[in-house]
Design a binder for this molecule. Sequence first.
Ligand code: AMP
Ligand code: ZN
Length: 112
Amino acid sequence: MSEDCIFCKIICGAIPSKKIYEDDEVIALNDINPSASVHFLIVPKLHIASLASCKTQHQALLGHMLLLAPKLAKEHGLAGFKTLINTGAAGGQEVFHIHIHVLGGGEKSPKA
Ligand code: AMP
Ligand code: ZN
């Protein structure tokens, strides 16, 4: 848990959210500013700043997150999807708690 982290606050319930999936290790939630008709985030409950901070001990957790992507995508009716992990400010990361974006169903304009 990192006190300044918006995803940690969502995970502990300090900020309300509508989770689309939860288990002991991860949550998934719809992106607040979607870039596609379906755009959700797979977020571990453990605070890890980015993919670049991951260690061997996180291997199973990363695998668990990746394997959830097709499962949840299918549940959302996606025949195919894109995954994205922005890493570091120079890689476009804005929330420094690792997460996988899952996008599908057609790109939306930013204001759609
Ligand atoms: P990234 O640039 O990879 O760090 O992406 C962070 C993503 O988190 C962005 O797509 C934001 O729209 C999304 N986001 C930020 N705050 C929230 C929130 N409270 N609930 C859902 N998604 C959020
Ligand atoms: Zn966090």
